[in-house]
Design a protein around this ligand. Structure first.
Ligand code: ZN
Ligand code: ZN
Length: 141
């Protein structure tokens, strides 16, 4: 249990810790991620819920995913910063905003998803795996 991965919000009230590295890493271009995260795309590290624990209070924004299944975006109740999302189609995984994960974590996305909703002017590096919608597989190890 030497590797401990930690993510937290700006004010430090909401903290997630994981004993294992993320099961998958994706860049998501969907409109919901963009509006909730306030960025042109979201960098997401999927950690297994069973390998982590959570401290602090969050507020939840309920939305419907591209699959038609519910998803929940969770933000710190105190500072309001978006920290992670859960998606019903990806049960057991927490999609943590990669920029909130502390060093020595390094974001290395395996694919870009929901590129059909990509913002104009955002260039995806050549040779990158891309999916116009959600990933056609369950991210995980
Ligand atoms: Zn906070
Ligand atoms: Zn998204």
């Amino acid at each position: 249990m030497s590797s401990l991965f930690r993510a937290k919000c700006r004010c430090g009230q909401l903290v997630l810790t994981f004993t294992q590295p993320p099961a998958a890493q994706l860049v998501c271009h969907c409109q919901d991620c963009r509006s909730v995260g306030g960025k042109p795309f979201a960098s997401v590290a999927f950690f297994k819920a069973e390998e982590g624990c959570e401290k602090g209070d969050f507020s939840t924004q309920d939305l419907t995913g591209g699959s038609g299944k519910p998803k929940q975006y969770r933000s710190c109740k105190n500072c309001g910063e978006f920290v992670y999302a859960t998606v019903d189609v990806l049960q057991g995984l927490l999609g943590v905003e990669a920029e909130r994960v502390e060093q020595p974590f390094e974001f290395k996305p395996m694919a870009h998803v929901w590129t059909c909703e990509k913002v104009d002017g955002i260039n995806i590096p050549e040779g990158t795996v891309q999916f116009p919608k959600g990933p056609p597989f369950r991210p995980g190890r």
